[in-house]
Write a protein that binds this ligand. Structure first.
Ligand code: FES
Length: 586
């Protein structure tokens, strides 16, 4: 079955609606469109962002709306035909079309959807992997789009490409770029499969081959992303090698490996990285050196981050890390390394959901131009801080760091308690020493109300922006995973938090977070506050370092082989301990 997909600009492409895929997966895994950062997936935070919305037209115009459509999109949008495409299995669409009253024939009144304004066609000529369940042959594409780099006969200047292949975003840097140039970034095109690692693995699992070659789709999209990045190389440069840092799932999918060992307990890692690979069926791409993987959910992003801190990447150009230190790389998965000395390290990981990447929170957004990235107290109450200090009249959303800082202030003002509950205005027990005058706090307390189109309580920042009780719960889950990982690692090593020389924060929180917010919210103890270091994208720094200094690679491979991984979720009493950590207190 084909669905005709139209962009807001009126361009139309037909995609196959594959049984077993959601409509969002069918459209965004086609490879034709830029994927918005979606919140859907396995686990927390699903179906809250509304970014998967599509307007149903033609034979689909009468497709029934669900209560979730109403809650997320609102009645007006639903009446206009918008639906959440992440919630609809293509089989339901097929059933609807079977029953549709279609006297004039399907070719005239076609099944169509229109995408939101922000979605563009990224590659009209993209060749997606054929779908078995979709009706076409099973042959895989042999050659991806040829990189401009491949035919650059006259190009003489060599450059290497460092890539942080994250679950949400892909960031990169060419060695030929100026050292201080901004890192380039794109949404990982695998996002169409879902926001978290498990949704990608589920799609790529051999059992899903019946529905469509999910693994091949994700492989082709991953390699296609590298191909698009290579197209951006500066004139006169030729890329000889790509150094890729990413978690094991991303690396397996990029290399087209069987992901069975990562999908279910007992998890196992058959491939450990630290090798130079030619991507399958991509002879035009230069070889990729894959940063060493440590265990099934602790990967090359954190080993590259470690290299950056210890061998001297950009993040710590002025002072190299001293042992013992903690490094946390936080995204949809939280990866932690407690480095004890040059040879010994403990590793751990826990799923965090998409909230830290700005997805799944009611007004959440990735940190970018026009987005609020924090709040500070001001005489008038709370004042927003914008991305790169560039305020705009109409904010585009709140980043995860903005949510954390907002919660920090609400906690300090007594408007949220340590269990994450809003305090009602009349019950707001005001702290003895208030950071704002009492009348102003009472006025702020009056902003507590309901979230638009849902039954959740919400505290309103401004007309269109609020934090809901559901948002706070998502953040509490992240806090619980975080503090549990820190406590367990430190205890297992026989240390105390006070004995750590530094705690480096990388990933989604690494660039914009205010350490004080993490201490107030109980992610870390107060005593660590002065040693919390937002370290930026250490994975990319490390990849760039390893690209420029290949002699460091063997050292890192040996270090990764010695690192010992703790299974946090497998520990006795994990669930009780996790529940205990669901408080804004360390
Ligand atoms: S509501 Fe569908 S992806 Fe977020």
């Amino acid at each position: 079955m084909r669905i005709f997909v139209t962009t807001a600009k009126g361009e139309e492409i037909a995609v196959q609606a594959v049984p077993g895929y959601s409509l969002a997966q069918a459209v965004y895994l086609s490879g034709f469109f830029d994927v918005p950062p979606l919140c859907s997936g396995h686990g927390a935070g699903i179906s809250r962002c509304g970014r998967c919305r599509m307007r149903f037209e033609g034979l689909l115009a009468a497709f029934p709306a669900s209560p979730r459509d109403m809650a997320v999109l609102g009645g007006q949008a639903v009446r206009e035909g918008w639906r959440l495409a992440c919630r609809i299995d293509c089989r339901e669409l097929a059933r609807h079309l079977e029953q549709a009253d279609d006297p004039s024939g399907r070719d005239e009144k076609r099944a169509g959807v229109t995408l939101p304004n922000a979605v563009r066609i990224v590659d009209r000529n993209f060749e997606p992997a054929p779908l078995r369940g979709g009706g076409s042959g099973a042959e895989l594409p042999e050659v991806l789009r040829v990189s401009k780099d491949a035919d650059a006969g006259e190009r003489t200047r060599k450059t290497t490409l460092a890539v942080d292949f994250g679950t949400t975003s892909i960031c990169w840097k060419f060695s030929a770029d100026r050292e201080d140039s901004a890192d380039a970034r794109m949404v990982n095109p695998q996002m169409g499969a879902g926001s978290d690692i498990m949704s990608r693995l589920a799609l790529a699992h051999p059992a899903r081959e019946l529905f469509g070659s999910g693994r091949e789709r994700l492989r082709v999209l991953s390699a296609g992303a590298l191909s698009r990045i290579l197209d951006t190389v500066k004139a006169g440069a030729r890329t000889d090698e790509i150094v890729v840092a990413g978690n094991p799932a991303m690396m397996y999918l990029l290399l087209g490996k069987d992901v069975s060992g990562l999908c279910a307990a007992p998890y196992k890692l058959d491939y450990r990285g630290g090798t130079r690979e030619i991507l399958p069926a991509c002879p035009n791409l230069p070889p990729c050196w894959i940063c060493p993987l440590i265990s099934p959910f602790v990967g090359g992003d954190i080993s590259a981050g470690y290299a950056s801190l210890v061998f001297g990447g950009r993040a710590v150009a002025r002072s190299r890390a001293q042992y013992p230190f903690l490094l946390a790389d936080l995204g949809t998965n939280g990866e932690f390394i407690l480095a004890l000395d040059e040879r010994r390290a403990l590793a751990a990981s826990l799923p965090l959901g998409p909230a830290l990447e700005g997805m799944g929170l009611c007004c959440g957004s990735e940190a970018r131009e026009g987005v609020i990235t924090g709040f500070q107290l001001a005489p008038e109450g709370l004042r927003a801080k914008f991305f790169k200090n560039k305020p705009v009249e109409q904010a585009q959303g709140l980043s995860a760091t903005a949510y954390l800082e907002l919660l920090m202030h609400l906690l300090k003002l007594g408007l949220v308690d340590q269990d994450g509950h809003f305090k009602k205005p009349e019950a707001a027990g005001l702290p003895a020493e208030t950071p704002l005058p009492l009348p102003l706090i009472r006025k702020l307390a009056g902003r507590l109300g309901g979230a638009p189109a849902s039954s959740e309580a919400a505290w309103h920042i401004a007309d269109n922006f609020y934090i809901s009780s559901g948002d706070i719960e998502e953040i509490l889950k992240i806090k619980a995973a975080f503090s549990l990982a820190v406590k367990t690692l430190v205890k297992e090593a026989g240390l105390t938090c006070g004995s750590l020389r530094a705690f480096y924060l990388a990933g989604a929180l690494g660039s914009f977070v205010t350490p004080q917010a993490l201490a107030v919210l109980g992610f870390v103890p107060e005593e660590l506050l002065s040693r919390l270091v937002p370290a930026g994208n250490t994975a990319l720094d490390g990849a760039a370092l390893l690209a420029g200094k290949p002699e460091l690679r063997e050292k890192l491979i040996q270090w990764a082989a010695l690192a010992h991984t703790l299974s946090l979720a497998g520990q006795e009493d994990f669930h009780n301990r996790f529940t205990e950590e669901m408080r804004f207190r360390f």
